[in-house]
Design a protein around this ligand. Structure first.
Ligand SMILES: *[C@@H]1O[C@H](CO)[C@@H](O)[C@H](O)[C@H]1NC(C)=O
Ligand SMILES: *[C@@H]1O[C@H](CO)[C@@H](O)[C@H](O)[C@H]1NC(C)=O
Ligand SMILES: *[C@@H]1O[C@H](CO)[C@@H](O)[C@H](O)[C@H]1NC(C)=O
Length: 564
């Protein structure tokens, strides 16, 4: 007792202003770290092993990897599980096709079922001009355009349009009228357009005046029978039925507006009834490879597409799925399968969809999101890299750098999206402007195209993008023969490895399984220490069932797929 008493007295005797300062600082630090302590959004164990390898493997190949929502021994995700009204909750539904996607988008969520609502379909023409399209009027366009094309004997319909409601209506018209839709990448040189038409054997083209080299196509592609111009408001008065003399005698030219205006407004607004047991025709896409190489033509069946849509719907945690509260914007071209599949997923979830014709042709995210406040965006890696470079260039002040460091720490160390704080105010004005209401964006999709020259985004860049946009970022690997994506990072995966220059594509999505075939020195080691080789994808979302991607990949220690 005596000793204790002496110790205390000497402590108090030595107490001075420094001690007070030190203790106060210590208390403040402890309080701060307790108050700012955040739970990781997902248990780190779930990110440490993201895919399951099959217990056995073939000679010269890696084990077969699947994401955790499609365990081995179970069928892969093959479709939308569409049930007829009144069907038992436990019955298995159909895989469905594009017609079911449109039908669900038209019907919306039934009364009394949460979350209630019906998505809107918007065309964005500028910051002041956003047009809402009624589902009935799009259904009417689907019916009338489909009727027109089939009555003229069309069967293979090339769509050469920017992202627009006419693009989607023509695509759905092809499904309802059992025509082959051919999605041509927009804004291509004349010779490329002609070559794509020749290779696909299109007999009908739906396009916009000014964008499509009509004279040249008519001369060099005599198989063209029918052409439908989508005329914008400004040039409606021109008589597009007047085919220039000398050319085009055999092509039946009409305009979208005439086809719709020539029949009474009430006609054709009912959804066509359809034979669900028969699958409508395929969708042909052109996959851009390295510059200077011919595009790869790929035939995706309706089954490929719906399985990819379904895989996207289940790839995000259920509390964050697309819902009627979302506004989805494809800022990449709908002629690419990944943006297309996500757009179909948004329609199927009754989310609103905004279409902007500059999307895909401009790499400016602010321009693509003008006039609206999207919550979910799919953008190209070129666009996001540009955004990253521009925003990083603005992070010059010391306080902004500290704020950025704190936010990065929250993401990478704590596994949680940074919350707004005193410090983050200093970076708010540096954020890229995405949409009219800052902070609305919640999810951003970006995809790397295998075998094309798209810039790869590093883990570090993706982490920065999460901070700059305030949104979760999903990074996917896409390939020509696979509808949607092959693999994609998980919603809550914010990790950055080492110096952050590497990147990975998460686990395979639920519509495919992936394995690697030995190639030269890239092989699966006996002891499993390295797993490398040609990426091979198999499953219902793959055109023809199996595809070799022609690129080398590896399975990392956390069982995610990455390039070698
Ligand atoms: C969308 O509407 C359909 C059809 O009415 C409904 O079955 C479905 O649950 C809705 N989906 C969402 C995500 O609200
Ligand atoms: C073009 O279509 C119209 C309306 O369907 C039809 O009357 C006409 O005969 C067609 N012309 C040609 C050249 O096929
Ligand atoms: C569409 O046409 C193909 C033949 O080209 C046929 O096999 C298929 O059953 C048809 N689908 C529908 C929905 O009629």
């Amino acid at each position: 007792m005596n000793q204790l008493d002496e110790a205390l007295s000497s402590l108090i005797g030595q107490w001075n202003g420094y001690s007070t300062g030190l203790i106060t600082a210590l208390v403040l630090i402890i309080t701060y770290s307790i108050m700012t302590r955040v739970e990781a959004e997902i248990h780190p164990m779930l990110l440490a092993r993201q895919a399951q390898g099959s217990p056995v493997r073939q000679e010269g190949e890696s084990p077969i990897y699947r994401g955790s929502s499609a365990p081995h021994g179970m069928p892969l995700n093959s479709g939308l599980n569409v049930k007829e009204p009144g069907a038992s909750k436990w019955s298995t539904g159909r895989d469905g096709d594009l017609r079911d996607i449109w039908k669900r988008s038209v019907l919306g969520t039934p009364e009394g079922e949460a979350p209630k609502g019906k998505g809107k379909i918007l065309t964005v023409l500028g910051s002041q001009k956003v047009i809402e399209h009624k589902h009935d009027s799009i259904t009417r366009a689907i019916n009338l355009i489909g009727q027109q094309i089939s009555s003229q004997g069309g069967s293979k319909v090339a769509i050469y349009l920017p992202n627009s409601v006419e693009f989607l209506a023509t695509l759905f018209a092809c499904s309802f009228y059992n025509l082959t839709a051919i999605l041509l990448p927009f804004d291509e040189p004349e010779d490329v357009i002609v070559s794509m038409l020749q290779r696909s054997g299109a007999d009908t083209v739906v396009t916009a005046p000014g964008a499509f080299p009509f004279d040249i196509v008519v001369k060099s592609y005599p198989a063209l029978k029918q052409l439908i111009w989508v005329v914008d408001e400004g040039s409606k008065h021109l008589d597009w039925n007047e085919v220039p003399k000398g050319v085009g005698g055999s092509v039946n030219v009409s305009t979208w507006q005439d086809i719709l205006n020539d029949v009474p407004v009430a006609a054709g607004t009912d959804l066509l009834s359809y034979d669900e047991s028969k699958e409508p025709n395929d969708v042909v896409i052109f996959w851009k490879t390295k510059p200077g190489n011919l595009e790869e033509m790929v035939r995706l069946t309706q089954k490929n597409l719906v399985s990819a849509v379904s895989a996207q719907l289940t790839a995000v945690p259920s509390h964050s799925r697309f819902s009627p509260a979302d506004l989805f914007l494809p800022a990449a071209s709908l002629s690419d399968s990944f943006p297309l599949v996500l757009t179909l997923a948004a329609l199927y979830s009754n989310a609103s969809v905004a279409l902007n014709s500059v999307a895909g042709t401009s790499s400016d995210i602010a321009l693509a999101t003008i006039g609206i406040a999207p919550t979910v965006v799919v953008a190209t890696p070129e666009t996001m890299r540009k955004t990253h470079v521009e925003t990083t260039g603005k992070l010059t002040s010391a306080i902004a750098s500290v704020a950025h460091w704190v936010q990065t720490r929250s993401l990478v160390q704590n596994g949680a999206m940074p919350v707004a704080s005193f410090l983050t105010q200093f970076t708010d004005n540096l954020r890229p402007s995405i949409g009219v209401t800052p902070g609305k964006l919640r999810l951003l999709y970006v995809a790397d195209s295998a075998g094309a020259d798209t810039p790869t985004l590093s883990e570090h860049t993706l982490s920065d993008l999460r901070i700059f946009t305030g949104a979760r970022v999903i990074y996917a690997l896409t390939a020509a023969k696979v509808a949607g994506s092959v693999a994609q990072t998980q919603y809550h995966d914010y990790r950055v490895h080492g110096d952050g220059t590497g990147s990975h594509f998460g686990p395979p999505v639920s519509s495919v399984e992936v394995f690697l075939r030995d190639s030269g020195s890239h092989k699966t080691a006996e002891d499993g220490s390295t797993i490398e080789g040609q990426i091979i994808v198999r499953g219902p979302a793959v055109s023809g069932g199996l595809a070799e991607l022609g690129v080398l990949g590896k399975i990392r220690e956390d069982n995610t797929l990455a390039y070698v």
